[in-house]
Design a protein around this ligand. Structure first.
Ligand code: COA
Length: 137
């Protein structure tokens, strides 16, 4: 599922409400969380002198604002990796960023039926260098 706010209506709280609505569904269904592909939409503006790894690092650190990824991080997503050849969109150099939101209210249930094995991913996620990866407890 994709969600897009028309450019004329961005930064007015619409996309944030859509993201929160998704979180509400995930909480109600007691799901672990949400994995999404984000487009670092302003990367092409600096791609000739900044690597994608450095760019994403700066966005995470808050020293660079990306009009797409920064908003998603603001809403609680965390960066888990880079996805080369994610899109033909030129503004992001073709890169996607794997972003994850973990449901803080998730409660594991005891299952009495077999769990389906998830289908194989259609793309390869390239992990970010260790300093960029989220810390695990
Ligand atoms: C990502 C997207 C949905 C966000 O929509 P939006 O309506 O612009 O987002 P919002 O105005 O609700 O802003 C989201 C958050 O970023 C913050 N934000 C928005 N503009 C900001 C700015 N210029 N500077 C700093 N923070 C900003 C908001 O304060 C909000 O956080 P808050 O709820 O804690 O206050 C929209 O940019 C979009 O359609 N992008 C392209 C499509 C896409 O990649 N979709 C995602 C794939 S599923």
């Amino acid at each position: 599922m994709d969600s897009v706010v028309l450019s004329d209506y961005r930064s007015q709280g619409v996309g944030g409400k859509l993201i929160e609505a998704r979180y509400d569904v995930i909480r109600k269904l007691n799901l672990r969380g949400l994995v999404a592909g984000s487009i670092p939409i302003d990367y092409s503006k600096v791609a000739n002198h900044v690597t994608i790894e450095q760019y994403v690092h700066d966005v995470i650190a808050g020293t660079r604002f990306d009009t797409n990824l920064s908003k998603q991080l603001r809403k609680g997503f965390k960066v888990h990796g880079l996805i080369p050849n994610y899109t033909t969109e030129e503004s992001c150099g073709g890169y996607g960023v794997e972003i994850v939101w973990d449901n803080p209210d998730y409660r594991p249930l005891r299952r009495s039926y077999p769990v389906a094995v998830p289908a194989r991913r259609a793309f390869v996620v390239r992990p970010l260098p260790a300093p960029l990866m989220p810390r695990t407890a």
